[in-house]
Design a protein around this ligand. Structure first.
Ligand code: SAM
Length: 232
């Protein structure tokens, strides 16, 4: 059977694409401060669903109002700003390998959330082995694995980004902590195949409306939470 966890490469997998994208979004924001940029998967209310999921599961494992959170491939930082507005008050960091994304998100922070010092943004390639941001209670990914899976980059031993991704997550996830990931390129079953390890297991998933076409049922997007338990 075809391995559907391997996607074809695309310009969405290049840093150049994202630098150009966020340069333009930053310019738009400077002209109109109401324009904070594109909210990825907005048609599916993915951001609202991720935030709602965390609110509904407050008190479970390390999900608390003051959980430390990291948003991988943060883009315009919108997800962290929404979490802030919904009352989350732990340390929140958004990282992105595009300096333009980080400049843009930091500018929104300064312009609209200047009273807040819980949120920070930093440039980082999450696949850089030297990158060691510490451990977090909640790791967030909205569309980032989707984008990086399109990069076609190979590491030592011919490993793909999809092979390395769970190792990156395990490095930055504390015990009893959660990865909440949203994807439109991978199904829930594919995400489980990519991400699950001995200590990282699917915990819960978010419900999206189900479409039916030609007798086949499915969703165009999925958000799945993985729990890191202690090593056996
Ligand atoms: C589809 S966009 C999603 C942006 C944001 N999460 C959102 O929901 O709007 C993918 C993001 O991943 C970032 N990205 C891609 N590869 C990365 C890497 N290796 N390290 C850090 N960020 C990366 C891109 O710069 C881009 O901002």
């Amino acid at each position: 059977m075809e391995d559907t966890t391997k996607l074809n490469t695309s310009k969405l997998g290049t840093k150049e694409y994202w630098d150009d994208f966020y340069s333009l979004e930053k310019q738009n924001f400077e002209e109109n401060p109401e324009d904070t940029g594109e909210c990825w998967f907005a048609d599916n209310d993915a951001e609202e669903k991720m935030v709602e999921f965390l609110l509904d599961n407050l008190g479970e494992y390390n999900i608390k109002e003051d959980s430390s959170m990291i948003d991988l491939g943060t883009g315009n930082g919108h997800l962290l700003f929404t979490l802030l507005e919904e009352g989350f008050k732990g340390e929140m960091i958004g990282v992105d390998y595009s300096e333009k994304s980080v400049e843009f998100a930091a500018e929104i922070l300064k312009t609209k959330y200047s009273q807040n010092d819980n949120v920070t943004f930093a440039t980082a390639d999450i696949f850089n082995e030297q990158w060691a941001p510490g451990k977090f209670d909640v790791v967030l990914d909205k569309g980032t694995l989707d984008a990086i899976a399109l990069s076609g980059i190979k590491f030592e031993n011919n490993e793909t980004v999809v092979d390395v991704y769970p190792k990156v997550i395990e490095k930055i996830l504390g015990e009893n902590s959660i990865l909440l990931i949203t994807s439109c390129n991978f199904t829930e079953e594919e995400l489980i195949k990519i991400i699950e390890t001995e200590t990282l297991k699917k915990w819960k998933s978010v419900n999206y409306p189900i479409f039916e076409f030609g007798g086949v049922k499915g969703t165009t997007i999925c958000s799945v939470a993985f729990l890191k338990s202690s090593a056996k």
